[in-house]
Design a binder for this molecule. Structure first.
Ligand SMILES: Nc1ncnc2c1ncn2[C@@H]1O[C@H](COP(=O)(O)OP(=O)(O)OP(=O)(O)O)[C@@H](O)[C@H]1O
Length: 441
C-alpha cells in the first residue's frame, strides 16, 4: 500500500494523575495508555482488543482528540492532530467520527431522527435546509432505515435501529475514519451481526477506515483486517487478524482466545492465566506487564523442573501476591482459613499442586520453606522466599516488539509484531505448546 495511512499513532501515552488532599497533590498516575503505536490504513478496519481497563477507549478518545495525549503523537492524513487549528481542526472533527456503545448517549431524546442526523451537517456548514433534508434521507436509507423515519423520535426505535441512527449521524459528514467503541456490545447476537454487516458495507461503499474497539474477539474476527491486542496500556501483539487469531504469538492473546466458549477444552486449558487479577495500571508490574498472569512465564535458567511444575510454582508465587491462593493453602493466622485451623506445610503444598518432592533440591528447599511460612501464617515471608528463589527474566526485562514469527510481509515490511521475551531473544525459548511433558529434567 503506497498511500500514507489515514491515521498514524506513535508512542502515544495518556496518564491520568491521581491526586490527594486539599491541594490535590499528585501522588501517582494511572497509565491508561503507555506507549502505543499503530497505523490505520485508508479504508481498512483495525481492531483494538483487550480486557476491560486495558486502555482501548482511552486510545480511541486520544486518537480522536477528545483527550489530550500525555506524550506521543497522533497524525491524521499526515498532519499532527495536536497542531491543527481553526478550519483544519474543524475539518479533522468532520473527517474522524465516533460511534459509541450505547446509542442513547449519542441521541438527544427531544430531537427527531431527521434533526439528529442533520445536526452534524449543520455544524459542519451545510446551511441549505433542502440539501440537508436530501442528504439525511439518503443516509437513512443507506443505513437500512426509511426516509420516512425523519419525523420520529429515538424512543420509537429498537436498540439496533438506534445504533443505525447513530451510525447515520457519523456517516452523514462523509468521514475518512469512524471509531466504533464497542458498537455492538449492548445488542443481542442477531442484531449485532446486522450492525457489523452494516459497518462492513459502509466501509466498502464509502472507503472509510474503521477503528473497532472491542473486548470481543468474535467481533474482531468478523470485521477487522488487522488487530492490535492491548494489555495494561500497551500493545502486546498486532498483525493480520487471520494470522493473529489462528496462531497467536503472545501468551496474553492465547488467554483472550481461550475465553471464547467455542474453543475445545485443551486449548482453553493452555490459555489459562496463572492469576485472574489484572494489576492496577497505576502500578504496573516491572518487565513484561503480563508476567504475573502469564502461563508461559520463562523459568529461571538454573531451574530443573518440568514445565508443569514450573507453572505450579509460578502460580503459587503470583497467586500469593495477588491474594488469590486457594483457601486450603492459607494459614489460620492470615485470617482466611474457613475452619480457623492452622494448615500444615503438606496441606499448603497439596493445595497449590506441589505436594510431591521436587527433583531440583534448591527449588524443593524454597517451596518447602514458603509452604512452612504460609502454614505458620507468615505470608510475607513466603512471598519473599518464592521471589528470591524463582525470579523470571520476564520481570527483569521489558520485551521489545519483534516481528511475529509467521508474519506475512507487505511492501517489504513485516505486518505483525509481538512483545514477548519468548520471541526474538538470542537463543530464546520458544512458545510453550505442550503441558505435562517433562522437558527440563
Ligand atoms: N478519566 C480518567 N481518570 C482516571 N483514570 C481513568 C480515566 N479514564 C480511564 N481511566 C483508567 O484508565 C484505564 C484504562 O481505561 P479504558 O476505559 O481506556 O479501558 P478499556 O480497555 O476501554 O476498558 P472498558 O472496556 O472497561 O472501557 C482504566 O484503569 C481506567 O480506570
Amino acid at each position: 500500500m503506497s498511500e500514507a495511512p489515514i491515521c498514524s499513532v506513535r508512542g502515544l501515552e495518556k496518564h491520568y494523575p491521581i491526586t490527594s488532599g486539599l491541594l490535590r497533590r499528585e501522588v501517582g498516575r494511572v497509565r491508561a495508555v503507555d506507549g502505543v503505536s499503530f497505523d490505520i490504513e485508508r479504508g481498512e478496519a483495525l481492531g483494538i482488543v483487550g480486557e476491560s481497563g486495558s486502555g482501548k477507549t482511552t486510545t480511541a478518545h486520544t486518537v480522536l482528540g477528545l483527550e489530550e495525549p500525555t506524550a506521543g503523537q497522533v497524525c491524521f492524513d499526515g498532519e499532527p492532530v495536536a497542531e491543527l487549528t481553526g478550519s483544519e481542526r474543524r475539518s479533522f472533527r468532520r473527517r474522524a467520527q465516533l460511534v459509541v456503545q450505547d446509542p442513547n448517549d449519542a441521541l438527544d431524546p427531544r430531537m427527531t431522527v431527521g434533526e439528529a442526523v442533520a445536526e452534524p451537517l449543520r455544524i459542519h456548514g451545510l446551511d441549505d435546509a433542502d440539501r440537508r433534508r436530501a442528504v439525511v434521507a439518503d443516509v437513512l436509507e443507506r443505513v437500512g432505515l426509511s426516509r420516512d423515519d425523519v419525523e420520529r423520535y429515538p424512543h420509537e426505535f429498537s436498540g439496533g435501529e438506534k445504533q443505525r441512527i447513530s451510525i447515520a449521524r457519523a456517516l452523514v459528514v462523509s468521514p475518512d475514519l469512524i471509531v466504533a467503541d464497542e458498537p455492538t456490545s449492548a445488542l443481542d447476537a442477531r442484531v449485532r451481526a446486522e450492525i457489523l454487516d452494516l459497518l462492513d458495507r459502509i466501509r466498502r461503499e464509502f472507503d472509510v477506515a474503521l477503528l473497532f474497539v472491542s473486548h470481543d474477539l468474535d467481533v474482531v474476527r468478523r470485521s477487522c483486517d488487522r488487530v492490535a491486542v492491548m494489555y495494561l496500556g500497551e500493545i502486546v501483539e498486532r498483525g493480520a487478524t487471520g494470522d493473529v487469531l489462528a496462531d497467536p504469538a503472545h501468551p496474553y492473546t492465547r488467554v483472550l482466545l481461550s475465553s471464547v466458549p467455542s474453543l475445545d477444552p485443551t486449548d482453553r486449558e493452555l490459555g489459562r492465566p496463572l492469576t485472574d487479577t489484572v494489576p492496577d495500571p497505576s502500578d504496573p508490574p516491572a518487565g513484561c506487564r503480563f508476567h504475573p498472569r502469564c502461563p508461559d512465564v520463562i523459568p529461571p535458567d538454573d531451574l530443573s523442573v518440568s514445565t508443569e511444575t514450573w507453572r505450579a510454582i509460578a502460580r503459587f508465587r503470583f497467586s500469593l501476591r495477588a491474594g488469590e491462593l486457594p483457601e486450603e493453602a492459607v494459614g489460620a493466622e492470615t485470617g482466611a482459613a474457613r475452619d480457623g485451623e492452622r494448615r500444615t506445610a503438606t496441606q499448603v503444598r497439596r493445595a497449590v499442586g506441589l505436594e510431591e518432592e521436587l527433583a531440583d533440591p534448591d527449588a524443593e528447599q524454597a517451596v518447602g520453606d514458603a509452604a512452612a511460612s504460609l502454614a505458620a501464617g507468615d505470608a510475607a515471608a513466603a512471598a519473599e522466599t518464592l521471589a528470591a528463589a524463582f525470579t523470571s527474566v520476564c520481570e527483569r526485562e521489558t520485551p521489545a516488539a519483534v516481528d511475529r514469527p509467521d508474519g506475512e510481509e507487505r511492501d517489504g515490511a513485516a505486518t505483525g509484531a509481538v512483545s514477548c521475551l519468548r520471541h526474538g531473544r538470542d537463543g530464546g525459548a520458544e512458545p510453550v505448546e505442550s503441558t505435562g511433558v517433562d522437558e527440563r529434567r
